[in-house]
Design a protein around this ligand. Sequence first.
Ligand code: BDR
Ligand code: CA
Length: 307
Amino acid sequence: MQIILDCDPGHDDAFALIVASKFADVLGVTTVAGNAPLSLTTKNARIVLDLCGSSVPLHSGASRPLVAQPIHAAYVHGESGMDGAKLPEPSRPADGTDAVHFIIDTVRSNKGLWLVPTGPLTNIALALRTAPDLVDKIAGISIMGGGRFGNRTATAEFNIWCDPEAAAAVFDSGAKIIMSGLHLTHQIMATPKRIEMVRGAHKTVGPMLAGLLEFFSKMYKSLHDDFAGAPLHDVCAVLALTHPELFTASEKHVVVEIDGAHTRGMTVIDDRHVLSRTKANTRVLETIDADAAFAIIVDAIRACPQR
Ligand code: BDR
Ligand code: CA
């Protein structure tokens, strides 16, 4: 399974990178501004690739959304985008700053790969706009974003809310889409027991990752009245491809609201049963076997090289 992971690390993006490094053929990683400014999400991606022992190409991309003002998420990820652990400095800088053309070139020379965005969809929308032929060359796009409820607002999930115009273009592109929305990702929480599994999975990387999850969970718990820990949102978009047996899903038509006074950034899922409903464009993931998924995450951490 060949993929390009487009991310904004981000605690949960880090776990997506680790799982992808073990279970997918990662042709490259691209970064986007989202949880933190682009310079930080790029640095964080570089650090996590080092932890995985991965030398895949890393290219930074969009430093702001297409139309919306750039807003970051220090309120859940801290100022660095990955607060909570003493992490090593990255061993090398990014390989380039033109993620969009890296995506275009890589897709054109590797037909049938999956794009896996786990941040705002700016880079992906720009790539599809610049090179519309990509839609027919990729296998599809496995997105962490949206859902049947929001987190940044009552109706909008953070990644979609950050850049609704980009998200609207991606859902409307004609590409096959798999959506890991909040109604799914909230089923896989970093509970205290699971954080200890992470800590014990690797002598050096385990404690760092456990520190990240402790911080992430502390933030989530402080912002909600009923959370057992932070959801590992982004890892779902990778597992959807590498371990599809973990999920149940339904085929739906999904559009992104860009105008609504209360609903800007909402993924509108057509759950109607009427025969006249619009043809499905998205596989909406509904449930995940969280314990089995977590065991796979722990396996991926074990595969990190000893440092
Ligand atoms: C998404 O927003 C970010 O905070 C996470 O990394 C995830 O991609 C969840 O809404
Ligand atoms: Ca993310």
